[in-house]
Design a protein around this ligand. Structure first.
Ligand SMILES: C[S@@+](CC[C@H](N)C(=O)[O-])C[C@H]1O[C@@H](n2cnc3c(N)ncnc32)[C@H](O)[C@@H]1O
Length: 210
């Protein structure tokens, strides 16, 4: 990985996603996590302060970028919950089947190389009835905005190191076999100039019990 992806981008991401409105969404998401928890695409650790020590037995975080892992070090040292940080990608999780009660993805399915493979891994490592918590920016319901997302996606992939504007993450979660009651509303777009291109969804999908 180059200097941009490993040095500058982690810093930029912290700045761009450090807005209190995003922090509030992250908080609402991970406050629901309980038991043995796995977070995939941990980035610089912006979710970490919001895990509830009364509910989380242990948090395991997985992140492939060395630059992100470097930036996460200080937050990991101040973790409110017992935590272990492992390098790695969501497409090949080195954990036994059914070893987690909760899996979290926060603004990560947009960036992974192979979302169906990641979601198959999430399903494998979740115990039956375990919960997959996600917060993602997604393909817009609005056809005009969606066209702009498609046009600008090649630029986004370069500038934001593999991030895609136009993924239908809720559909992918359902296609992976999770129970995810419809609808998952697209909540107000994220803040900033690109807001119309960054509608957000948050959801709780449940791994099947049989
Ligand atoms: C937009 S950032 C979000 C980081 C963090 N979750 C947050 O909320 O700030 C996307 C993250 O996904 C990570 N990522 C990219 N490909 C991945 C993969 N295949 N498996 C796991 N994480 C991945 C990136 O390195 C980056 O840290």
């Amino acid at each position: 990985m180059g200097i941009y992806a490993e040095r500058l981008f982690p810093w930029l991401l912290d700045r761009a996603l450090g807005d209190p409105r995003i922090a509030a969404r992250r908080q609402a998401l991970v406050a629901q996590a309980s038991g043995e928890v796995l977070e995939i695409g941990f980035g610089s650790g912006a979710t970490l302060p919001f895990y509830d020590r009364a509910k989380v037995t242990r948090l395991t975080v997985v992140e492939p970028s060395e630059g992100m892992n470097r930036r996460a070090a200080a937050r990991l040292a101040a973790s409110p919950v017992p935590v272990r940080s492992l390098p790695g990608a969501g497409e090949a999780l080195g954990f036994d089947a059914a070893s987690f009660d909760t899996v979290v993805c926060c603004l990560t399915l947009c960036s992974v190389a192979d979302p169906p493979r990641v979601l198959a891994e999430v399903r494998r490592v979740l115990r039956p009835g375990g919960r997959f918590l996600f917060l993602e920016h997604v393909a817009s319901d609005d056809p005009r905005r969606r066209r702009w997302q498609d046009r600008l996606n090649p630029v986004q992939r370069v500038v934001a190191v593999g991030c895609n504007l136009n993924r239908d993450s809720a559909a992918m979660v359902r296609a992976a076999g999770f129970h995810l009651p419809p609808p998952v509303p697209q909540i107000e777009p994220a803040f900033g100039a690109l807001a119309p291109l960054l509608p957000i969804i948050a959801g709780v999908a449940v791994a099947p019990t049989a």
